[in-house]
Design a protein around this ligand. Structure first.
Ligand SMILES: *[C@@H]1O[C@H](CO)[C@@H](O)[C@H](O)[C@H]1NC(C)=O
Ligand SMILES: *[C@@H]1O[C@H](CO)[C@@H](O)[C@H](O)[C@H]1NC(C)=O
Ligand SMILES: *[C@@H]1O[C@H](CO)[C@@H](O)[C@H](O)[C@H]1NC(C)=O
Ligand SMILES: *[C@@H]1O[C@H](CO)[C@@H](O)[C@H](O)[C@H]1NC(C)=O
Ligand SMILES: *[C@@H]1O[C@H](CO)[C@@H](O)[C@H](O)[C@H]1NC(C)=O
Length: 355
């Protein structure tokens, strides 16, 4: 988990500074919105801060948010209150330390699928709450690694630049799974697949010197996201075949193509469609009766630019579906703040903060 290792290297005060800056802007933005559209419910919330309604607020925060609106509401309240709380994010599946002060929280964080690391998601005594890809946990975190609003500005892959026999599908995987091992070679019999990972390594990085340079500069092999991104951008489609089909689990293999102007070809979480930016923004392997039909569809799309661009129409939409907005809100770059806010929520409930 490159992100995890990397984030622990930052001095903690940088994380906190960032977190507070984001929380501050969140509060300012939210306050503006609340004041503008004050309905009865909002007025009540404003009131909470203006008078002594401690109990009401605590009761409000006891309700565990289930949808995006409730999440934002709960975060709005806790952001306002999140002053000096501390949080310790443990990156391992066990606790060896005792809490150093009353009210300190231990958070179990993992974004590995269950199949790779069952013990990462298991209930472990000592953690106060979890942050995993599973939306049922207290602070779900998606694999989205940058603000999707920036993705809008990314130009879709230009299929007009492709040659007659250009390879149109890329694949990067560090290990085989049953499905990958069976399906990728089958696709290759119908359409070339440029594969750069450790398995099915059929294409040399040096065909893209800019990507090869990035790859060579990567000291830690697991932190080569920039090199991978560079490869993904070179092809109109990217194979997003997950390790397993677990609800809510979509990795960077799924999200990065959106960021890079490319269309993902998906095998993964059974509920993936519920959090797409648009129903027609990804290609699902399961929608095709056989590999050949899918291969033919891909060939058709690169020859019909209008049809290919239909998969990018989400980039121009002003409003995205809630399912996608939710994944963006629960993205990795928001994760630390979301955890802070959950800590604040718990501390309010525990009456450890003065309102
Ligand atoms: C606010 O209410 C709490 C109980 O809900 C009470 O203990 C406290 O004294 C009140 N504070 C003020 C300033 O009225
Ligand atoms: C494309 O591939 C076909 C079949 O392999 C070959 O006959 C043809 O010469 C190739 N065209 C180009 C432009 O490379
Ligand atoms: C792919 O195979 C080539 C040749 O065997 C090797 O030089 C390269 O390091 C391999 N790349 C990866 C990512 O394993
Ligand atoms: C190309 O795609 C557009 C949009 O899906 C479609 O209306 C059009 O008929 C297609 N053209 C051809 C030649 O297939
Ligand atoms: C988005 O809108 C712009 C401006 O109207 C247009 O040029 C572009 O083709 C659109 N992009 C997509 C992916 O539909």
């Amino acid at each position: 988990m490159s992100f995890v290792t990397k984030s622990t290297k930052y001095p903690i005060y940088i994380l906190w500074a960032l977190c507070f800056i984001i929380i501050l802007s969140f509060v300012i933005i939210t306050l503006n919105i609340k004041i503008e559209n004050a309905n009865t419910e909002d007025t009540k919330i404003m009131h909470v801060f203006e008078s002594n309604l401690t109990e009401k607020l605590i009761n409000k925060l006891k309700i565990k948010p289930t949808n995006l609106l409730e999440w934002k509401l709960s975060h709005y309240l806790t952001s306002y209150l999140n002053k000096n709380q501390k949080v310790k994010i443990y990156l391992i599946s066990g606790i060896s330390e005792k809490k150093s002060w009353e009210g300190q929280k231990f958070v179990q964080f993992t974004i590995e699928p269950y199949i790779n690391c069952p013990s990462c998601s298991d209930d472990i005594e000592g953690f106060d709450f979890r942050s995993t890809y599973n939306e049922k946990c207290e602070v779900p975190t998606s694999y989205i690694r940058s603000d999707p609003n920036i993705w809008r500005t990314k130009q879709p892959f230009n299929v007009e630049n492709l040659g007659k026999n250009s390879t149109i599908v890329s694949f990067i995987a560090s290990h085989w799974t049953d499905f990958r091992k069976d399906w990728v070679p089958k696709l290759q019999t119908h359409i070339p697949v440029a594969s750069f990972g450790e398995v099915y390594n059929n294409t040399d990085w040096n065909i893209h010197p800019d990507c090869e340079a990035l790859e060579k500069n990567t000291k830690d092999h697991y932190e080569d996201f920039n090199a991978k991104d560079c490869i993904i951008e070179k092809y109109p489609f990217h194979l997003s075949i997950e390790n397993s089909q677990e609800p809510d689990y979509s990795s960077e293999k799924f999200w990065d193509p959106f960021k890079l102007g490319v269309v993902p070809i998906v095998w993964g979480a059974p509920n993936t469609r519920s959090y797409l930016p648009h129903p027609k923004s990804a290609i699902f392997i399961e929608d095709y009766p056989n590999v050949e039909d899918l291969a033919n569809h891909l060939k058709y799309l690169v020859e019909n630019k209008t049809a290919y661009l239909e998969y990018h129409q989400w980039r121009n939409m002003t409003n995205w579906p809630d399912g996608f907005e939710k994944k963006a809100y629960m993205s990795m770059y928001n994760m630390e703040c979301n955890i802070c806010k959950e800590v604040a929520r718990l501390r309010v409930i525990e009456e450890r903060v003065e309102l």
